[in-house]
Design a protein around this ligand. Structure first.
Ligand SMILES: Nc1ncnc2c1ncn2[C@@H]1O[C@H](COP(=O)(O)OP(=O)(O)OP(=O)(O)O)[C@@H](O)[C@H]1O
Length: 244
């Protein structure tokens, strides 16, 4: 486990990334630094470029120009191996709940005894102990998302990206996942999460990135961005105005 007193969270920096398609700009971020304690919540209307930014940060998409740096180093295999991502629709293997976790732990080279112990801890963290032998495909939406998060955490990431992980879930399931996210954050994992839910941003975020039209229109402490937004785009979005 990371010693939080000695070791700061892994930092992310965006340097002038741009993505264009068919003559239009999908993403244009001159600079963005995520080096605070987090969690960072990315907010904005549909099509604002939130998922694209997340995918760039995770190295799933290479920008046309520009760079993403992790702790000052360009994203390479080593940096990507320190990151994990959870999608809106959890992607699970056709195995048991425990089998899904065992799969990633095996790839990390853990022996059988170590894997068992780690699986037990993870299942407890996610409240899935009773479902260990059940097929992952038979889980409810909230349970499946919990397992997806546990599997992402099983790799021991320094950075966890989450793309609207609770958008299809009810308040109770959302609350469980928010607790898991905050727990991971407290353990020293940098959290970068996309949401449409302003309440969720208030509950979780240390800092908020507000996006519109492929651009970051505001980034700052959650209280500042959510309570006293400077940009008109953020003011409208937070007031529930229709941004078309
Ligand atoms: N591979 C691609 N090719 C072309 N256009 C794309 C591609 N991926 C995303 N886009 C476009 O880029 C824009 C931003 O998409 P993105 O998925 O990042 O939005 P978002 O803010 O996450 O929206 P939502 O809240 O609806 O998920 C959209 O107009 C989308 O259609």
């Amino acid at each position: 486990m990371r010693d939080l007193a000695l070791e700061p969270l892994a930092g992310l920096e965006v340097r002038d990334i741009r993505i264009g398609r068919n003559g239009g700009t999908l993403l244009n971020v001159p600079h963005l630094m995520l080096d605070g304690p987090g969690p960072t919540l990315i907010l904005g209307p549909n099509g604002a470029g939130k998922s694209l930014l997340l995918r760039c940060l995770h190295g799933l998409i290479a920008p046309d120009v520009g760079q993403v740096l992790q702790d000052g180093m360009p994203l390479g295999a080593r940096q990507k191996a320190q990151q994990a991502m959870v999608f809106q629709q959890p992607v699970l293997l056709r195995r048991s709940v425990a089998g899904n976790l065992d799969f990633v732990l095996r790839r990390q080279g853990l022996n059988r005894t170590a894997r068992r112990a780690r699986i037990e801890t993870l299942l407890q963290e996610g409240g899935l102990t009773a479902k260990a032998r059940q097929s992952a495909r038979s889980l409810s939406g909230g349970e499946a998302q919990r397992l997806a998060i546990l599997r992402a955490l099983a790799t021991g990431p320094e950075i966890l990206f989450l793309d609207e992980p609770t958008s299809a879930l009810d308040p109770a399931a959302t609350q469980t996942i928010e607790r898991m996210v905050l727990h991971a954050s407290a353990q020293g994992v940098r959290i970068v999460m996309v949401t449409h839910d302003i309440g969720q941003a208030r509950r979780l975020a240390a800092d908020v990135v507000m996006m519109q039209g492929g651009r970051v229109v505001e980034h700052g402490p959650a209280s500042e961005v959510l309570d006293t937004p400077r940009s008109q785009a953020a003011q409208l979005y937070l007031a529930g105005g229709l941004i078309i």
